[in-house]
Design a protein around this ligand. Structure first.
Ligand SMILES: [Zn+2]
Length: 109
């Protein structure tokens, strides 16, 4: 599914992008701000991304930080989540970072 987002085949609410990654709103938001950041190249999960490319890994986190600034949650605080594997609830196997904010959260969950 995300590969189609990445190639622009599906309309998405893109909120930020860079050469190596882009960010769009989750269609089923779990917080007032819920944005997904994905690398343009395909990696199944964040471990595969990290093993393959330090620059693309950095790019994803840099864009996530930029999203937090643009969404106005950088100062109040926000969460970055990379669910990895079925037991963690990963359901789309094109790696993505959730940026969640705009609400006070507890930990864990
Ligand atoms: Zn993919």
């Amino acid at each position: 599914l995300f590969c189609k987002f990445v190639t622009g085949e599906l309309a998405t609410d893109v909120v930020a992008e860079s050469d190596s990654s882009f960010a769009f709103r989750d269609i089923n938001p779990q917080a007032p701000t819920h944005v997904l950041v994905v690398p343009r190249n395909h990696y199944a999960n964040v471990a595969e991304l990290a093993a393959a490319s330090a620059s693309e890994t950095a790019g994803v986190f840099q864009l996530a930080a930029e999203v937090a600034k643009r969404e106005g949650i950088a100062d109040s605080g926000y969460r970055m989540v990379a669910n990895t594997g079925p037991a963690a609830g990963q359901t789309v196997f094109h790696t993505h970072i959730h940026v969640l904010g705009g609400v006070s959260m507890s930990w864990p969950a």
